[in-house]
Design a binder for this molecule. Structure first.
Ligand SMILES: [Zn+2]
Length: 75
């Protein structure tokens, strides 16, 4: 299971029986759907390892788009 400690823009469902991971071809365990961000509504079937990479990629993308408010004045 993937820990869901804080709100991530990814919905996690159980993969259909017999489906394969889109990235490595191993048996898929989760179906992930990106919500918002650059990967909006992008979904796929992943094993646990690839699912965590997918979640991390989507989460980092979302955090960079929301933290663009750091304007620094040059001296
Ligand atoms: Zn995989």
């Amino acid at each position: 299971m993937i820990e869901n400690e804080f709100r991530r823009p990814v919905s996690i469902d159980t993969a259909p029986r017999g489906s394969l991971c889109e990235w490595c071809g191993k048996p898929a365990e989760v179906q992930l759907t990106a919500i918002g961000g650059i990967a909006h509504n992008e979904s796929g079937l992943f094993c646990n390892a690839c699912g965590q990479d997918f979640t991390r990629a989507v989460t980092s993308t979302a955090s960079t788009t929301t933290s663009t408010n750091t304007t620094q004045q040059p001296l």
